[in-house]
Write a protein that binds this ligand. Structure first.
Ligand code: PEP
Ligand code: MG
Length: 743
């Protein structure tokens, strides 16, 4: 309404968008008379008042624009007839996308504060929409001006290093209507048939349930089932879905549209009873969808080189791609320390997370380049760009082959300081990779991973098998098994936890102490699995109170005695705690007195010290394990643990970062546990420096106050030591594309 009121006062409101390809502002929208100028008029990046608004990144409100020194005159736009000017930048995630302008014919009337505030609001809302549609255009290879634009990058957050070139396959969580992509029906009759069988199957299910419950429900409750069946009658929901399929939409998409339409309709009603029906429609929709999707994900034809793309990747999705065909991963949600990213690093699959503005569905079937070093992807790349990235892939492979020779060499500095390198595992495939990379034991077995890929809690017997595999593979070396650490971003479909603040909520030890039946079964399975091997260590996650340790120890001792009484010949395992909450940093002595070892979870410790959600790409640039506060905490933990006479290791991602590993070794950490893919690089770095040199580096960086400066300082030291190639791909992309040599 306010917008149209402005129109009456003969206001024009051109929108200029910044074209990343040419770095010019292009007139994209304006009113009536001057429509011809759209897409034709453009300004250099720093030209005119528009350029000034963009470079100052703040609104500019002028009473008499033509008298401003930066005023630029464009006859095509008819701007000379307007005097006052209000320009507001359109900014999305710190990037200027364009400038929104309003101009007014009446002379000497400044736009007032209310109008300025209104325009700022509009611009903030436009930003997300523009970013999204820009991405849509760029995927299909078009620039803002409609010209061909290749090799536009989409930026996310680095998830797992490496480069992948392959074809996108969009996957979505099963039976979730909201994420079903819009696809055309390839065969309308086939889709109609699929939908008919789904309706029939759901009707049968409902009739069966109703029959089973007849004796237990009152007639008015049973009537609900009739309501369901009526909704599934030909005249109701299926009729509408069928007509959409006939219009050429695939069955799942048609179902989504119809269900969403009904749900919105019911939700808007005043009547409470009818509002509730929205829930029923959604439920029916989910049931129908799950029949439509039955067997579908398995039938998915994965290309030879699959780049899996999803709104939200889950560990289960990774497992579905046949071995050897998964080359890259792209996720809209999540950030570099989300658990899926950690899993991807362990599997050595290049990954980009947090690609928030990308219309995922359009990546299906497209050729994609995933640059996991920089956190970027490219769709439908040019031949030059493909060659450039192929060379990086080849270099990486060569580097990995060169490191294979280190497998059986000890991890020892040039002055003879030994630091054992351990691995973090989750799946059996990790174990295989770890052994071939020369790991000296498991520093963290994330037991929740096998739980996450099942559709129910694994039984004691099943768990015992998983655990035995891990223990056997590394015996006699230690295998550290962490008790179930669910909550946060790790949920089990069959044990959903809905919370406002999952990372500050019911997570890790808090869940398992509230559910001793889960904890006891798990510990029992671990202890039985260790029979005859005796290399088990048990580790407790998310400890924030001494009482949690005491309660857990009590339960572990109980299981130990019971299992021995059952006749198993086992030893009491070493028990340790994870230091991943700031509170624990200040209670090292009290903790150390009660357990055998400590292990720092730097991923969570960073998240909680810096108050930065590790799963949120919006704050990814603030998540920094090189933050001085994090380093100080790490130094303190190592000192206090040693003062208490207990060993302390680290199993967060920092340990697998070559620079981070050097600092941790210098701090005195007794072991470093990392994903298998990082191990050879870390070993080669440690083997070529002296501990004295690392201690000096640590001393230097502890004097610095900025995470970025610390990172640069560590990178420089690595480069000087001859390890520049571990930092990121050797060449610069723009130089390669321009056919130039590396500087
Ligand atoms: C950590 O928090 O650093 C850790 C190793 O545990 P996870 O990443 O599984 O939370
Ligand atoms: Mg953790």
């Amino acid at each position: 309404a306010e917008w149209s009121a402005w129109a009456f006062q003969s206001v024009i409101s051109p929108v200029y968008l910044l074209d990343p390809a040419s770095n010019r502002y292009i007139l994209m929208a304006t009113e009536g008379l001057y429509l011809k100028a759209v897409g034709k008029v453009s300004l250099a990046h720093s030209e005119g008042l528009v350029g000034l608004v963009g470079s100052r990144e703040e609104p500019i409100n002028l009473e008499d624009a033509p008298s401003h020194p930066r005023y630029r005159y464009f006859p095509e736009t008819g701007e000379e007839r307007f005097r006052s000017f209000l320009g507001v930048p359109i900014i999305h995630h710190r990037r200027v996308l364009g400038v929104l302008v309003v101009q007014q014919r009446e002379s000497s009337r400044c736009f007032d504060e209310g109008e300025e505030a209104f325009l700022v609001t509009v611009s903030a809302q436009l930003a997300g929409v523009i970013a999204h549609s820009e991405a849509t255009g760029a995927i299909s290879g078009l620039s803002l001006t409609g010209e061909e634009a290749r090799d536009v990058s989409f930026n996310g957050v680095p998830g797992a290093p490496g480069v992948a070139i392959g074809h996108g396959v969009v996957v979505y969580p099963a039976a979730d209507l909201d994420v079903v992509p819009d696809r055309p029906a390839e065969d309308i009759e086939l889709e109609l048939g699929l939908f008919r069988s789904a309706v029939q199957a759901v009707c049968e299910d409902i009739e069966q349930v109703a029959k089973r419950l007849t004796s237990r429900l009152r007639p008015e409750e049973l009537a609900l089932f009739d309501v369901y069946l009526r909704m599934l009658g030909d005249e109701a929901l299926p009729g509408e879905v069928n007509s959409r399929i006939r219009e050429g939409i695939w069955a799942q998409g048609a179902l989504k549209q119809v269900v969403q339409h009904y749900v919105r309709h019911f939700e808007m009603m005043d009547d409470h009873y009818l509002q509730e029906r929205a829930v029923d429609v959604r439920d029916l929709g989910r049931r129908l969808l799950s029949y439509l999707q039955e067997g579908e994900q398995k039938d998915l034809n994965y290309p030879e080189r699959t780049v899996l793309v999803s709104e939200e990747l889950t560990p289960a999705m990774l497992g579905e791609v046949p071995r050897g065909q998964l080359v890259g991963l792209v996720s809209v949600k999540g950030s570099s320390n989300s658990h899926v990213a950690i899993l991807a690093r362990a599997m050595g699959v290049p990954t980009v997370m947090g690609l928030v503005d990308i219309p995922v569905n359009q990546l299906d079937g497209k050729e994609l380049i995933v640059d996991g070093f920089e956190g970027q992807i490219f769709a439908s790349p040019s031949a030059d760009l493909r060659t450039f990235f192929q060379e990086i892939c080849d270099e990486e492979d060569e580097l990995d082959r060169g490191l294979e020779a280190l497998r059986d060499k000890p991890c020892e500095t040039t002055d003879g300081y030994r630091v054992p390198l351990l691995v973090n595992t989750g799946l059996m495939t990790d174990v295989v990779r770890s052994l071939s990379h020369g790991a000296e034991g498991i520093g963290l077995y994330r037991t929740e991973v096998p739980f996450m890929i099942k559709d129910r809690f694994p039984s004691e017997q099943e768990q015992r098998q998983y655990y035995r595999e891990q223990l056997e593979a590394f015996a006699p070396n230690p295998v550290t098994m962490r008790t179930l650490d669910i909550g946060g971003d790790k949920s089990l479909t069959y044990f959903p936890i809905q919370e406002e603040n999952p990372f500050l909520g019911w997570r890790g030890i808090r869940v398992t102490l509230d559910h001793p039946e889960i904890f006891l079964v798990q510990v029992r399975a671990m202890l039985k699995a260790s029979e005859g091997l005796n290399n088990l260590q048990v580790m407790l996650p998310m400890i924030s109170n001494i009482s949690e340790v005491e309660e857990s120890l009590h339960l572990i001792y109980r299981v130990y005695h019971e299992v021995r009484e059952e006749g198993y010949d086992i030893q009491m395992p070493k028990v340790g705690v994870m230091i991943e909450i700031p509170a624990a940093v200040y209670q090292i002595r009290e903790l150390a007195d009660r357990v055998d070892f400590l292990s720092v979870g730097s991923n969570d410790l960073t998240q909680y010290l810096l108050a930065v959600d590790r799963n949120n790409p919006r704050v990814a640039q603030l998540y920094h394990s090189y933050h001085p506060a994090v380093l100080q905490a790490l130094v303190r933990v190592a000192q206090d643990a040693h003062a208490a006479g207990k060993p302390v290791g680290i199993c967060g991602e920092l340990a697998g970062d070559p620079g981070g590993a050097l600092l941790l070794m210098a701090m005195g950490y007794d072991s470093l546990s990392m994903n298998a893919a990082s191990l050879p690089k870390v070993k080669s770095v440690i083997r070529s420096v002296s501990r004295e040199w690392a201690v000096k580096l640590l001393k230097d960086v502890l004097l610095l106050d900025s995470p970025h400066v610390i990172k640069s300082c560590v990178d420089l030291a690595l480069r000087n030591a001859g390890f520049g190639r571990y930092l990121r791909p050797g060449k610069s992309k723009s130089a390669a594309l321009a056919g130039q040599a590396e500087p």
